[in-house]
Design a protein around this ligand. Structure first.
Ligand SMILES: [Fe+2]
Length: 256
């Protein structure tokens, strides 16, 4: 799989992705800055012929128009994005596939951050190697739910579709929020030495690249650690189910 992760230097610390296809074509996931992406593609000898938006928020679609204008690229998005994303050529549903070099991208239906949110599995020889997770799962966090989403739905998506991924699956998120997210992890779970080490590393290293795995996320992502005694005992209110723990954590993260 040839994945180019492109840090946009946007205030929201967005990542866009280019994934190579046959004949030097490429699919762009969540184009933010069309100019930046076009010059990147040119430098690699690639032509962006396809765009996939993980969801309808402006910072995930604002590069669409420039790329469509320059390359005539086709735009794909979740079927619930009808009327929310301009100029979509085809709407995607669970299980739809897009061919890329050495494999395919397979659509996951992942509501919660919004109800028009999809993620993409990179599948090679029937094995999931990576997931492009948009604003559903970040390194050390999950997306917020106050711009068209719902926390209980996000819990269902994360628990059923992400907690079940193999350890070695690589996660490519839509933003770099790692420093703030690890701060929240340590606020909830001060004894998490792995998060502590990673925070030191994140503060001192190149923030324009992010590559994490589900194995790492299971250690540092509070929203995947819903059975941690330290996390659960630190919460007020009724948190007798995993879902209640998740929702309470999401509420706390909103104001953290
Ligand atoms: Fe978003």
């Amino acid at each position: 799989m040839l994945v180019h992760q492109i840090y946009t230097f946007s205030p929201l610390r967005n990542f866009s992705y280019l994934i190579e296809r046959k004949d030097k074509k490429a699919v762009c996931i969540d184009p933010f800055d069309a100019k930046q992406l076009i010059s990147f593609a040119k430098a690699k000898g690639l032509e962006i012929d396809l765009i996939i938006n993980t969801h309808e928020h402006f910072d995930h679609i604002c590069g669409n128009a420039g790329i469509v204008e320059y390359y005539g690229a086709k735009v794909m998005a979740h079927s619930n994005a009808k009327g929310k994303i301009p100029g979509v050529d085809s709407f995607l549903k669970l299980g739809d596939e897009v061919e890329v070099l050495d494999g395919k991208l397979k659509v996951m239906d992942t509501p919660g951050h919004t109800f028009a949110h999809l993620c993409l599995k990179y599948v090679y020889k029937n094995k999931t190697n990576a997931v492009f997770s948009g604003d559903t799962l970040f390194s050390a966090g999950v997306g917020n739910c106050h711009r068209g989403g719902e926390a209980s739905t996000l819990y269902k998506t994360v628990s059923e579709q992400f907690m079940t991924l193999d350890d070695e699956v690589i996660l490519y998120p839509g933003h770099d929020y790692i420093e703030n997210n690890l701060g929240f992890t340590l606020d909830r779970e001060p004894s998490n030495t792995c998060a502590c080490e990673l925070l030191k590393e994140a503060r001192s290293s190149d923030t324009t690249k992010m590559r994490t795995t589900m194995k790492m996320e299971r250690k540092i992502n509070t929203f995947l650690r819903l059975n941690s005694e330290e996390i659960v005992t630190g919460l007020s209110g009724d948190v007798s189910s995993e879902e209640q723990v998740f929702i309470r954590l999401r509420e706390l993260r909103n104001n953290w």
